[in-house]
Ligand binder design. Structure first.
Ligand SMILES: [Zn+2]
Ligand SMILES: [Zn+2]
Length: 258
């Protein structure tokens, strides 16, 4: 009885407020968790060949065995990560341009919760595909400094982490780290960003120093540009005992666009 009432209410809701594609505003035929029509979903700039440690998109090579290599272990690693790897594993499904950059912009500056859910769902699909048996023990969203968080009203990385935590049944620790105030990252050059990121985060003093001893944790963010922010956080998490640190992020800026 309760189910039929719910179905009837859903039907009525969809008649009056049909779900629209977030990108082309076409009415969606059925409810879709990413709020995208099949055409816009196919046109998203997916990152098909990237470094497994920092997710930097790699240029397609002329090697005919490329497709096979993508599915093989060990995964692809870029030149920088051969000597200075960013994370143990980086999962970033989209390149930060075109429609993906538009979704991020709406999430960040228009408090776009549907856009956040869409990006989190795309990320979730890739996590399930790429590491079905190696889920972490804790998700840590990149924190915002106090006043920017108050001004914006929400933290987009936290929104992504909470969606992923719910779907994968994993705990989220949004207050493990503290971010010190500083200029907005998007206003800085690549070099300034690398310099700023060092020393920008603090471990909350009320927590035990070795709270993460032996744990497999994941840093969750919306956009990765230089990777400097994430690198600083990873360093801090390892200092406090984390054994394995992965990165899950919605989009990655290719070095060409930095
Ligand atoms: Zn569409
Ligand atoms: Zn790399």
């Amino acid at each position: 009885m309760k189910n039929s009432i719910n179905r009837a209410l859903n039907w009525l809701w969809e008649q009056h407020f049909p779900m629209l594609c977030l990108l082309c505003e076409q009415v969606l035929a059925s409810t879709s968790p990413d709020h995208l029509c099949q055409y816009c979903r196919l046109a998203l700039p997916f990152s098909v060949r990237a470094c497994s440690r920092c997710a930097i998109p790699l240029l397609p090579g002329a090697d005919p065995t490329d497709e096979i290599r993508l599915c093989q272990e060990p995964p692809l690693i870029c030149g920088q990560c051969l000597t200075k790897p960013l994370a143990d594993r980086a999962i970033v499904p989209l390149i930060h341009r075109g429609s993906a950059a538009h979704l991020i912009h709406r999430l960040k500056f228009n408090q776009g919760e549907p856009e956040g859910r869409a990006l989190a769902h795309i990320l979730l699909t890739h996590i399930r595909l790429e590491c079905p048996n190696r889920l972490p023990e804790l998700l840590i969203p990149v924190p915002m400094a106090y006043w920017p968080a108050v001004k914006r009203g929400f933290n987009q990385s936290r929104l992504l982490a909470q969606y992923l935590g719910r779907e994968l049944d994993l705990p989220v620790a949004p207050t493990l780290l503290k971010r010190l105030p500083g200029p907005a990252q998007r206003l800085l050059s690549r070099t300034e960003r690398s310099r700023m990121a060092s020393g920008n985060f603090r471990w909350r003093s009320e927590l035990k120093k070795n709270a993460l001893r032996g744990k497999h944790v994941v840093v969750v963010d919306d956009v990765m540009t230089t990777g400097a922010t994430v690198r600083q956080i990873i360093k801090l998490l390892r200092l406090h005992g984390a054994q394995r640190v992965d990165v899950w992020c919605a989009t990655r800026t290719p070095s060409l666009y930095q």
